[in-house]
Design a protein around this ligand. Structure first.
Ligand code: PA5
Ligand code: NI
Length: 194
């Protein structure tokens, strides 16, 4: 059946998702991203250092199937929490191929999906159970958990998309989501470079 080294894109395949916790019955890889990995992406790197004094932890993880010649699809789980005033977020990336679009489908929790292109266009859309967002290939995308439970969403994109994390590391996202008076607000990123 082609299990073990990824599904074969020319053979119909199937798996199951547990909608209560996002777990896939079968996946090719699991990537865990820790607070220390996020330091170059955080709006307040000093806050990262402060938390790291007491230890590192997983901020989010994803489980995915890689169908070479087809799609990569999987589930991201962002745990609730703050990095200084900033809600837990994913690194965010551009796809190397501008024609590699992506779809996100919210499963559980409460989040915001930030998107920006290289001309400076910026969008912020909610991502929650039932919400479907279409991300054009030219838009960098980052997801933020603004709730108190894990944010879980499905994603699907072409396996040949490629990832550019460096541009985000160097320039940042235009806007960040901070917690003020117990509520999320969208503010300009003090570390953003045009
Ligand atoms: O393909 C996507 O856009 C998602 O699966 C992300 O990769 C995932 O949410 C993790 O984010 P990042 O790759 O920016 O660390
Ligand atoms: Ni992507």
């Amino acid at each position: 059946m082609g299990f073990g080294r990824g599904f074969d894109s020319r053979i119909p395949t199937q798996t199951l998702i547990d909608l209560t916790n996002g777990m896939l019955l079968r996946y090719d890889r699991n990537v865990k991203v820790k607070l220390s990995d996020l330091k170059p992406f955080a709006s307040d790197p000093k806050a990262v250092d402060e938390i790291l004094k007491t230890g590192d932890h997983v901020v989010y993880e994803y489980y995915e199937n890689v169908v070479e010649g087809g799609f990569i699809y999987g589930v991201t789980i962002i745990y609730p929490g703050l990095i200084g005033e900033e809600y837990n977020f994913t690194r965010g990336h551009y796809h190397l191929r501008g024609d590699a679009d992506e779809i996100y489908i919210g499963i559980k929790g409460k989040g915001l999906l930030l998107m920006q292109d290289k001309r400076g266009d910026f969008y912020s859309y909610p991502i929650e159970r039932g919400y479907i967002v279409y991300i054009p290939g030219e838009y960098a995308h980052r997801t933020v958990n603004i709730g108190e439970e894990p944010l879980i969403f499905l994603y699907i994109y072409p396996a040949n998309a490629g990832h550019d994390y460096e541009s985000i590391k160097m320039k940042g996202f235009k806007k960040v989501i901070l917690r003020r008076d117990g509520k999320p607000i969208l503010v300009d990123n003090p570390r953003y470079r045009e």
